[in-house]
Structure formats: structure tokens, C-alpha cells
Design a binder for this molecule. Structure first.
Ligand code: LHQ
Length: 262
């Protein structure tokens, strides 16, 4: 069901999957791929049948960041800042504010802006073949696409500086130990484990999940008084949903709830 060229978009059982599909270049991002990714994000955001999003890559890479061949072909006159503002920043904001759970299924190397995209997702489930690199410094650039925001929040300032300043390729076991990934699994079970996780989220109460995401995001960016006030407003809204009534009824009747997103 995909009319795209550089990505594959699929939806089943409430789970939408966007797979970057330029395996020969470890799914490095061309303008075409970035445009398609943005379109697929809008599609999945607007489709009520989609309750969870998985972002992954085809082949042995997750995403090697900006396609440096395209970048080079565009010439030194190109303003990278403009490119970042036009393609990457809107994409990262879309992912971060995506009102449904997002999972990066990290099948292989995630480098540069490719790592940033993984960090912008709510969850990272990684195969033992995954690797992570803040590759920017290796080509004389600085972290972009949200890495300077997400990385210190996930691993702390000291480790973020180490990754960003050295640009070393980190193996999956270290990434797990550092708290960059939620689960580390065998390559053969990556899809199954990720889909199991996704299906659990897809069965959750969609409105509450969206509000939980919003409140945790606000919690990291605001002080306690602001967070308490924000929680109060969201709780009022959550308590007015059908799904809240359904959850309570299901608990009292000792049955599984059927959440509708209402
Ligand atoms: C690639 C790439 C790639 C093209 C592997 N491009 N072909 C934003 C806006 C504008 C400009 C600049 O940047 C940004 C933000 C960024 O994302 S900057 C960071 C850009 N990414 C990188 O610097 C990573 C470059 N790649 C690597 O360091 C390595 O390929 C990693 C560590 C990712 C993987 O290493 P290996 O597993 O040893 O694979 P490989 O290097 O042999 O690559 C396999 C193929 O993929 C190879 O093609 P070839 O035709 O020789 O088989 C690479 O040329 C191609 N490829 N990354 N970013």
C-alpha cells in the first residue's frame, strides 16, 4: 500500500510502519526521502486507524543521516542551515509532537541526523546489530535535527559531549547500558519484539496516551508548578473520555478494556 519510492509505508493491526528504503546507502536521507518521510508522517498522524508508529530502515542500516553524495552534488554554495530548516526541523517537530506512540526499530547503524530521528521517537528497540554515531563532528559539523536537545536528556551532559565531540560509533550493548535504547534484542526477533510492544500500545487508550506524552514532554521543560497545572488540565480532559469509563468498568468487571479513542 505504498506509493512512495524511498520509503515503504504499511499499516496493519493499528500499527503504521515507515521503513526507509535506500539500503544501498544505509538509508541516507536525500531530499526525496525526507519529503516522503514527511508525507508519510502526516498520513499516519491523520489516519485514525493508525494508533502507533514504527520508524525503521530496510537492509543493514537504520539511517546514515544526510546523504552526503547528494549534499556534495548540490555544491558548497548550498546553505546547510536552509536545508536543515526546510527538511529536518519540521520532520523532527512532527515526530516529537506526534500524538501517538512512536517506536524507532533500530535494525542497524543510526548516524548523524539518522540518530537524531531515532532519538526523536518515544521508544528505541534495537537489534544487537544496531550502532549509533553522532557522526556530525567527523565531517566538521555540529549535532542537528534535535540531537543537542535529546541526547543530553537521555544520557546526561558528560556522555552527550563524549558522543558529540568524538563521533565514535557506539555498539548496541553500550547504547543499552547508557540508556539510549529501551530494549536490546537478537536481530531475528527485532520485528516480533517491536510489533508486540507496538500492539500493546495500540490497545491502550489513545487520547490518554497522547496526553501522557504531552505531559512528560512538558515535565522535562517546565517547573513543578507549571507541570502540576498542566497535569490538572490534562487529567480533567482524560476523565471526561469514554475510555476512562471503559477502563474503570473493565477493572471492576475483571475483563480487558476495549479502548476506542473517545
Ligand atoms: C552513504 C552514507 C551517507 C551517502 C553510508 N551518504 N552514502 C544535515 C543537512 C545537510 C548536510 C549535512 O548534514 C546534515 C546532518 C547529518 O546527518 S551529518 C552526518 C551525515 N552522515 C555521516 O556522516 C555518516 C557517514 N557514514 C558513515 O560514517 C558510515 O557509512 C557508517 C558509520 C554510517 C557505516 O559504516 P559502514 O557500516 O562501514 O558502511 P559503509 O561506510 O561501507 O557504507 C555503506 C554504503 O553506504 C557506502 O556506499 P558504497 O557505494 O561505497 O558501498 C557508503 O558510501 C554509503 N553511505 N553513509 N551519509
Amino acid at each position: 500500500m505504498s506509493e512512495f519510492r524511498d520509503i515503504v509505508y504499511e499499516l496493519s493491526d493499528g500499527v503504521a510502519t515507515i521503513a526507509l528504503n535506500r539500503p544501498q546507502a544505509l538509508n541516507a536521507l536525500t531530499s526525496q526521502a525526507l519529503t516522503e518521510l514527511a508525507t508519510a508522517l502526516t498520513l499516519s498522524a491523520e489516519d485514525p486507524a493508525c494508533r502507533v508508529l514504527i520508524l525503521t530502515g530496510r537492509g543493514r542500516g537504520f539511517c546514515a543521516g544526510q546523504d552526503l553524495k547528494e549534499h556534495q552534488a548540490q555544491g558548497v554554495a548550498t546553505d546547510i542551515g536552509e536545508h536543515v530548516a526546510r527538511y529536518y526541523n519540521p520532520l523532527v517537530l512532527k515526530l516529537y509532537h506526534f500524538a501517538k506512540p512512536t517506536i524507532a526499530m533500530v535494525n542497524g547503524v543510526a548516524a548523524g541526523a539518522g540518530m537524531s530521528l531515532a532519538l526523536a521517537c518515544d521508544f528505541r528497540i534495537a537489534s544487537q546489530t544496531a550502532r549509533f554515531s553522532q557522526a556530525f563532528v567527523k565531517i566538521g559539523l555540529v549535532p542537528d535535527s534535535g540531537s543537542s536537545y535529546f541526547l543530553p536528556r537521555l544520557v546526561g551532559v558528560a556522555r552527550a559531549l563524549e558522543m558529540a565531540m568524538l563521533g565514535d560509533v557506539m555498539d548496541a550493548a553500550t547504547a543499552f547500558q547508557w540508556g539510549l535504547v529501551h530494549r536490546l534484542v537478537e536481530p531475528e526477533t527485532l520485528e516480533e519484539e517491536t510489533f508486540n510492544w507496538a500492539r500493546r500500545l495500540a490497545e491502550g487508550p489513545p487520547l490518554a496516551l497522547a496526553m501522557i506524552k504531552e505531559s512528560i514532554h512538558r515535565g522535562i521543560d517546565h517547573n513543578l508548578s507549571e507541570s502540576l497545572e498542566w497535569e490538572r488540565g490534562l487529567q480533567s480532559a482524560a476523565a471526561r473520555t469514554y475510555d476512562h469509563q471503559e477502563g474503570v468498568q473493565a477493572f471492576l468487571n475483571k475483563r480487558a478494556p476495549e479502548f476506542r479513542g473517545q
